[in-house]
Design a binder for this molecule. Structure first.
Ligand code: SF4
Length: 682
């Protein structure tokens, strides 16, 4: 019988994260909203630690509520806030992504279509964000949709990837004006489903480990039954009722919430009862004694204690000559105590020499114990658990180290994601490994670090892409600056801040605004997973200078600003860096000004009063005249003189006279554009 395990077994990222969060210290009592994960073993364990699962908050008035990886309806979160509970939000990043998409699209007027189970807690939580208006479908049948509908399609994180892609193809063919599709099935679900499909195609029987209530476990079962006899089991006890045949290939997959203990138990049960290793060990033991009575060095055997004293243990193994285990070969920790060995006790030993010395065969129990200890470690890594190994030496094509009594070989191609040619630097270093192959008979393990690195990179990638939704704020480190923008590393991924998104105001170099090596918050502007490109904005998180200008210089306030440019109709004065206000020529002085250049020149500092602000047009009207005292009689006379010396064409004056009240010189101060028009007419 061959047992083939899927590569991805054990808790997924979201489950591990929620469990880690639940282990921390919080104000008591601590509750989880619903079962933290769909697994009785874990729920019972949490209950033993005093963490109780509840389905509503009606009786809870203090303490902590942990929101599980599925998320919770928004009313529950609001209720918890109102009650002043400590909220620990363990909603999985991938679920959070759907929640953000749905909230945003719903407020943009989209109809929300979800592929998933209507009564699943993840879907109930998501549906609450669009006021329970979502259409939830759990088959490939599309609901009736109108051409004019704006539709947003998402999927439950644990939905069937195959079915969802069929739905996507169907909806693309519908004549809808607007449809936005988000593939929100989480990567761990997709990988496990793909593995389940491949494994079940080459296995006679499939064991799906997990809780029947778990959505992703049920999906795995649905996939496996299509290709082989499938059994959904929660623990090793349930294996007893399954009939396995000699020569069967047995595949093992597990749901994302199946604990390692359950998986290990199942694998150990299968290996102990059905694999060749077990048979081989048995044959070796028989062979050690041999049918012709010949003994072989180094064989493992079972012997029975006949007597024990300070010097050692006398044993018998069914032949005329007794065996002997000296005190220094009796105990792994060199703590031999004859009182622990009673006549009749069975011991697992290794024959040190097939030649009897002083009329006794010599055995070692210590060596077997060492092997067993090695076995114990090896047993914990059989289902892919990560283990550490100190590299002893290099060999042709890889690295060698010892794990208990096993020799571990790491091929050069399995050390990093790229092939490693120079192996020397790894000697004495510790590698994090997962086993690829364990050969118990030869006590050899082939292991890989590359598999872990690839898996972790993929996990980081998935989390990264789930988080970079336009509008989300991320923290990143500026790695470098070029002519067209800044390269920013967010969780190890290079993103670009285009030069136009660095600042609202002019700058000489990007380095004047953000500095290489420093960390800043940025907003995601665009994320294109297919092209692997993410655009970030820095200026979008800074106050727009116009907002600053409005805050610092409200209507009626006065300030001293610099003249930045001069036009025939007036002068522009800096209000805030990047924001200018206009002092119309009629507002430049308390006396008549014919030419603005007579009063202002670029660089002058002038006191001005804010007359008006138009936030829509982003215009600020200023007056220098309003900050000046009323003109003296003498100034008025000069003004009158200047007016006299300025003849006007009668025709034009007639036209002006039509609206004389508005166009008189005295009144131009109330109409900032009057002088401009007058100049144009002149
Ligand atoms: S199955 Fe996926 S979405 Fe669900 S908790 Fe695990 S990683 Fe998160």
């Amino acid at each position: 019988m061959k047992i083939i395990r899927a590569k991805n077994l054990g808790f997924c990222y979201g489950v591990k994260r929620s469990l880690a969060m639940a282990q921390k210290e919080y104000p008591l009592p601590v509750y989880t909203y619903g079962e933290l994960i769909h697994n009785k073993r874990i729920v019972d364990m949490l209950e033993r630690r005093g963490i109780k699962a509840i389905n509503n908050l009606s009786r809870i008035n203090s303490g902590t509520i942990i929101i599980r990886s599925h998320g919770a309806p928004k009313e529950i979160i609001e209720e918890a806030k109102e009650k002043g509970l400590t909220i620990v939000d363990a909603t999985c990043t991938f679920v959070e992504r759907i929640r953000k998409i749905v909230s945003e699209k719903y407020s943009d007027g989209y109809k929300i279509l979800i592929f998933g189970k209507k009564d699943h807690p993840e879907i109930i939580g998501i549906n609450s964000l669009c006021d329970y208006s979502a259409i939830v479908i759990d088959s490939e049948e599309l609901p009736e949709l109108n051409f004019s509908d704006k539709v947003c399609l998402v999927a439950q994180t644990t939905a069937s990837a195959e079915k969802f892609h069929n739905i996507i193809n169907k909806i693309r063919k519908c004549s809808l004006k607007t449809v936005e599709i988000f593939d929100t099935i989480c990567y761990t679900t997709m990988e496990r489903q793909r593995e389940a499909e491949l494994l079940s195609q080459k296995c006679d029987k499939m064991l799906v480990i997990g809780d029947p209530k778990s959505s992703n476990t049920s999906k795995l079962k649905d996939i496996c039954v299509r290709f082989s006899s499938t059994y959904l089991i929660t623990n090793a006890d349930e294996l007893k009722s399954i009939k396995f045949n000699v020569g069967d290939n047995i595949g093992i997959v597990a749901g994302a919430s199946a604990p390692t203990e359950s998986i290990t138990e199942v694998i150990q049960y299968m290996e102990n009862n059905y694999t060749e290793a077990q048979n081989e060990e048995f044959l070796q033991a028989v062979d050690a004694v041999g049918t012709n009575g010949k003994l072989k060095d180094g064989k493992r055997m079972k012997v029975k204690v006949t007597a024990a004293d300070e010097k050692g243990i006398t044993v018998n193994f069914g032949v005329k000559i007794d065996g002997y285990i000296s005190a220094d070969e009796a105990d792994l920790n060199d703590a031999y105590n004859p009182d622990n060995y009673k006549p009749g006790d069975e011991l697992d030993v290794i024959l040190l020499s097939a030649k009897a010395e002083d009329g006794l065969y010599r055995f070692s129990k210590k060596k077997v114990d060492k092997i067993k200890e090695g076995d114990k470690i090896v047993d914990t890594i059989r289902n892919g658990e990560i283990f550490e190994l100190v590299v002893d030496r290099e060999t042709k094509g890889g690295l060698i180290g010892k794990l208990g009594t096993y020799t571990v070989f790491v091929p050069a191609s399995q050390i990093k994601e790229k092939y490693i040619h120079d192996l020397k630097p790894f000697i004495g270093k510790t590698l994090r490994l997962t086993q690829l192959e364990i050969d118990d008979s030869k006590r050899r393990i082939v292991a890989s670090q590359k598999v872990i690195l690839e898996r972790e990179r993929k996990e980081r990638e998935e989390i990264f892409w789930a988080n970079v939704i336009p509008g989300v704020i991320v923290n990143g480190k500026v790695k470098g600056i070029s002519k067209f923008g800044a390269f920013v590393s967010v969780d190890g991924y290079d993103c670009l801040v285009h030069i136009s998104d660095v600042s609202w105001t002019k700058f000489r170099s990007i380095d004047d605004v953000i500095h290489t090596g420093k960390k800043y918050d940025f907003v995601v502007l665009k994320a294109d997973r297919e092209k692997g490109k993410v655009s970030l904005g820095y200026k979008q998180l800074q106050k727009h200078p116009f907002e600053l200008a409005m805050e610092n210089h409200p209507v009626g306030s006065e300030f001293v600003g610099k003249v930045t440019s001069i036009m025939p109709f007036g002068a522009f004065v800096e209000v805030e860096p990047g924001v200018e206000g206009l002092v119309h020529v009629s507002e430049a002085s308390n006396v008549y000004v014919k030419n603005i250049n007579d009063v202002f020149k670029v660089g002058d500092e002038v006191k001005v009063k804010v007359f008006a602000i138009d936030p829509d047009e982003k215009k600020i009207t200023l007056s220098a005249k309003a900050c000046m005292p009323a003109p003296t009689e003498e100034e008025k006379a000069v003004k009158a003189e200047k007016k006299e010396s300025k003849p006007r064409a009668p025709k034009k004056r007639e036209i002006v006279k039509e609206d004389d009240s508005e166009w008189s010189d005295e009144d131009t101060g109330n109409n900032p554009f009057a002088e401009l028009l007058k100049d144009l007419k002149d």
